[in-house]
Every structure is written in structure tokens, then in C-alpha cells.
Design a protein around this ligand. Sequence first.
Ligand code: NAD
Length: 254
Amino acid sequence: MLSKLKMQGEAVVITGGGAGIGKAAAAALCEMGATSIIVGRTEGTLLDTQTEFLAKGWKCEIFVADVSREEDVARLAKWVADSAFEVKAIVNNAGNNFSASLHELPTARWRELMATNLDSVYFMCRDFIPLLLRTKGPSIVNVASTFGVIGNPRMPVYCATKGGVVNLTRQLAIDYGAQGLRVNSVCPGSTLSPRYKGYIDKGLVKMDAVKARIMLGRPADCDEIGDVIAFLVSDAASFVTGATMMVDGGQTIH
Ligand SMILES: NC(=O)c1ccc[n+]([C@@H]2O[C@H](COP(=O)([O-])OP(=O)(O)OC[C@H]3O[C@@H](n4cnc5c(N)ncnc54)[C@H](O)[C@@H]3O)[C@@H](O)[C@H]2O)c1
């Protein structure tokens, strides 16, 4: 089994890979021997992560793109195709969140989060599936959320986008299974990424309430989510497709 976790330099494209859960997934994949192609909007963040990874002897490329924009994703896919990488997987991780009740939600804010969390997954899957179908043991991992399977107060757009990601994942697993492409979603619970830590610092998240609803009594560290993403990418998960993998410390079991 352990040999199936190893990779031979195949490329894995990770959106939002410069920070948080995406960075942790990229690190786990690099440790397993993959070339991580980390994608994000801020060049400085990507360069810092690349420098850190290269210093460890890992293979890492960076690409600046806003994956909510169709033309940016097309540019990324063309660059990857022209660079002749063997693309083993894509990890659609980039995402955002905000709080508002639906009756006070302007259309522009609805569309903005839809674009970041759900359109991006559509653009990435559409443009990369032709490349993935050329490689051995390809897969897609979509990062959804516990709030893709349960509701949460004042998060109508987030819950809608993540529910969409969960079921788009199942649908794609049906359409492309016969061609050997596996498609899975990971649903993290509360995870101490830079964004989530920002919510804690601003008092938007109350840690006592968070701990009370998690059976393991604490939020996750990013690597606890990244490791599961890397496992799903690897050949050790060769019979896993269409799965909705809860990685939530038991948040959604009661
Ligand atoms: N942290 C949590 O508690 C938690 C829980 C459930 C699900 N998630 C999901 O996990 C994923 C990662 O979240 P995180 O907490 O690590 O966030 P984060 O903000 O710490 O990191 C996300 C990265 O994605 C980048 N990004 C955002 N929008 C982008 C865009 N349009 N194009 C390119 N890059 C973009 C950000 O700049 C950042 O580098 C998200 O999809 C989020 O919804 C997080």
C-alpha cells in the first residue's frame, strides 16, 4: 500500500495552493514525489511557498491566476499543456466565505462567491479533463465543506456553492468513471487556515462553540486535511470515486 502513495514527479495542480489547506495538500503531494503546480492570485504568496518547497528539495511550479475567471483558467490549462507536464490530478481548493442573511444579500455578492467557489470548479474540470484523460490513474479532488452537506446560520451562498461542489463531484464521477478518471470531494470541518484564524481573531468565530460541536473537541490543522486530499490523489485510493469524504473530527455525525 505504501508504494501506491509514492509518485514519480507527475504534476498535480492545486488551486489556492499558496496558503492554508491548499498549501498543506501541495506539501503532502510533494513529499510523496509529485510536482506541485500551485495556483493563486498573489504572486508574492506563491513565491514564498515555492521557495519554502524548493529548499526542501521538492518540485514546485507556480502560476498566477484568479480561478473564478474563465480566461485565467484557460491560460493556466494552456500553460500546463504546453509545458508537457503529465497531469495526474487537479485539486480544486480555492474558495472564500462571508456571512449574510439571504434577504439582505445583493446579487453581486451572490455571484461573486458563486464564481469563486463553484464556477471555478466548473472551469478547472472542463479545461483539465482532456489532459487528465491522457494520463495513468488520473483524479480530481474538489474541496467542499461540512456546510456542503449540512446548513449553517447566515451562510446561504457558501452552503449553496459547497452543496453544488459535492453533487457536481458525484455527477462527474458517473460521466468519467468508465474512462478511469476518479472524482472525489473532501469536506473539511473547522480548520486553522490563515483565513479561519482571521475569523477567530475578529471574533467572528467563537472557539468554545466550535469545539463543542466537534467530537474530537478541537479544530483541524491544515495538514490533517491536506493528507486526506493527497491520499485521494494517490493510487492508494484507486477504487474511491464519487465519495464525499468528511474530514471534520466528527462534526456531522450527530
Ligand atoms: N478553513 C476552514 O475551516 C474550511 C472549512 C471547510 C472548507 N474549507 C474550504 O477549504 C478551501 C481552502 O480554505 P482555507 O481555509 O485554506 O482558505 P485560505 O483563504 O486560508 O486559503 C485559500 C487560498 O485560495 C486562494 N484563493 C481564493 N480565491 C481564489 C481565486 N479566485 N483564485 C485563485 N486563488 C484563490 C487564497 O488567496 C488563498 O491563498 C476553501 O475552498 C474553503 O471553502 C475551509
